[in-house]
Write a protein that binds this ligand. Sequence first.
Ligand SMILES: Cc1cc2nc3c(=O)[nH]c(=O)nc-3n(C[C@H](O)[C@H](O)[C@H](O)COP(=O)(O)OP(=O)(O)OC[C@H]3O[C@@H](n4cnc5c(N)ncnc54)[C@H](O)[C@@H]3O)c2cc1C
Length: 545
Amino acid sequence: MGLVLGRPGGPRFSQVIRVQQIRLSVNHSDADLRRAVATALGLPGKDILSVRIHRQGVDARHPRSLKFVYSVDVEVRDEEAALAKPRPNVARAADVPYTVVTEKRSWPQRPVIVGTGPAGLFAGWLLARAGARPLFLERGQPIEKREQDVKILETTGRLNPESNIQFGEGGAGTFSDGKLNTSISDPRCRWVLEQLVGFGAPEEILIKAKPHVGTDRVRETVKIMRRALLEHGAEFRFGTKATGLVVKDGRLTGLELNGGETLDASSVVLAVGNAARDTFEMLHRAGVRLEAKPFSIGARIEHTRAMMDRCLYGPHAGNPRLGAADYKMAHHGRDGYSAYTFCMCPGGAVVPGASEEGGVVTNGMSEFARDMANSNSALMVGVAAKDFGFEGPLAGMLFQRKWEERAYAVAGGGYRAPVQRVEDFLARRPSKKWGQVVPSYLPGATPANLWDTLPEFVCEGIREGLAEFQRRIRDFAHPDALLTGVETRSSSPVRIPRDETFQTNVRGLYPAGEGAGHAGGIMSSAVDGLRAAEALVVTVGSEAQ
Ligand SMILES: Cc1cc2nc3c(=O)[nH]c(=O)nc-3n(C[C@H](O)[C@H](O)[C@H](O)COP(=O)(O)OP(=O)(O)OC[C@H]3O[C@@H](n4cnc5c(N)ncnc54)[C@H](O)[C@@H]3O)c2cc1C
C-alpha cells in the first residue's frame, strides 16, 4: 500500500483533521483505510479529499488478531461540519513546528565541534545554516576507512582503538540498527527525521511509530550529510582528538589536539559520546565538573529471527508488510534492580563495540532489510553509584572497564566474546556448544559461563528477567537462546553538568549528547546537539553585540 493516499508527494497540509487509533488488519487495502477514515469522521467517502498517514504502528499484543494502528491527517470538503460533532480520536492536527535558526550572523571565531556522532553533526548542521562554518574534530576516521577498520576487527581480532564501532564519522550509531524512536517529545524530533530523509534516509521513517534506518542506509545518509555540511562551509578534521583544554580565567580559549598542536577555540560543542573515557579523564584533570551517573549493564540475548517472528506475529510471521518482529519489556525485580530489554535489533547481529585494548563490549546492529538469521536485544540491569566499588565522578567508567576486561580474559582474548546458552546460564554451568541458535558475534564466540563475567546481582537480575519475559514471549528463555557478554555501554557513566546557557563551569564549553549524560540514543542525542547549538548561537550572538 502507498504511504500517502489522495495526494502522493503533495505539500504538507496547513490545516488538517487528525484521526487517530484507526485499527486495520495486516492485509488491509488503501480503500479499507479510506473507508475507516470516513466512518471515524461520520462522512460519506466522497467528502474525503485526501488522506495522509501521519503515523503507522503495529499492535502485536494478540498475534492472532494483529493490527496496524494508524493516525492519519485528512482533508475534507467541509472541515467545520466534520468537526462540529465531537468524535473520539478526531481533532484538528496541532503539531508545533520547529523553528530552526537560519539567520546568518557574523561569527567572531568559527565554533568547534568535537565529535561527529548525531549530537555533533546536528549541532554543526544548525551552526552551518547560521553561517558559522563550524570546524569538526573527530578522533576516528571517515566512514570509508572506518568500515575497513571494523572489518579488520571482525576478521582478525585486531582493534584500532581510534577507529572502531564507537569512534569515527557518524559516531556510535553508524554501525547500528539506526532505530530512531525516542521517549522524548520535542518538535525537533520531526525536524531531525525530515533532515535525515533529505540526506537519503528512507522516507518511511517519517510515519513509522518505530522508525529505523539500518546500518547500510545510516552510512550513506551520514556521507551525504557530510557533503551538505561541506557545501555550507563546514570543515572536517578526522584522526584529530581533543586531548586538552586551554583555559584562561575560567574561559576556554583553545584545545590541545593529538597531544601537540594548539587550536584557538572559544566556543566548543563537546559531543564525544559515552565511550570517550580518555576524554572524560582529560576533562576531569582540566577542572570541568563531572558527576557519576547510573546506567545499566548486562548481555545481548539472541534468538533466531524465525523464533521471535513466530512468537510475536503468530500466523502472520513472515508477512513482508510486518518485517522482523521486535519487542521491548521491563521488569522491576525483588531487590530494587530492574531488568529490561533494550536496543532490540530484529534480523540483525551482535557486534563488537570495544574501543579500548583488552576489553570486550557487545552491541547490536542490523541492515534496513532486517533480514539476517538472528534477532537480538540487550538484556540489562540498572546499576548505580552504590554498585560501582570505585570512588569519584569516573567510578562508573572504572566499573565498566573492570567487567569488559573480565569478559575479554574469560573469552580468551582477541575480542572473542563469552557466550552461553540460556539453559546453561540458568543452571550456572559453562556452555560447551550451541544448539538451534548460532552466535552472530564476530570475531568469534567462546562457550563460557557469564556468571564469571558479570556481577552476581546483575546475573540474578537477568535470571529474574528471563523468567518474567518468558511469561510474556514464549521462547524468550528458550534453552538454546544465547547470551553474549558483556554489554556495558547502555548510556554514559558520567554527566557533565551545564547551566541554562548549556555551558559548563568552564565557559565556552557546551557539552551535548549522550556522552554529556543529557541524552540516550540517536534521536535524543541529535536533539540535544541542536539545543546546544541554539544556546551557542544565542550566547555568542549576545556577546558579539
Ligand atoms: C553498535 C551500536 C548500536 C546502536 N544502536 C542504536 C540504535 O539503533 N538506536 C539508537 O537510538 N541508539 C543506538 N545506539 C546508541 C547511539 O549510537 C548513541 O546514543 C548516539 O550515537 C550518541 O550520540 P552522540 O553524538 O552523543 O555520541 P557518539 O555517537 O558516540 O559520537 C561521539 C563521537 O565523538 C568522537 N570523539 C570522542 N572523543 C573525542 C575527542 N576527544 N576528540 C575528537 N573526537 C572525539 C567519537 O569518535 C565519536 O565519533 C547504538 C550504539 C552502538 C555502539
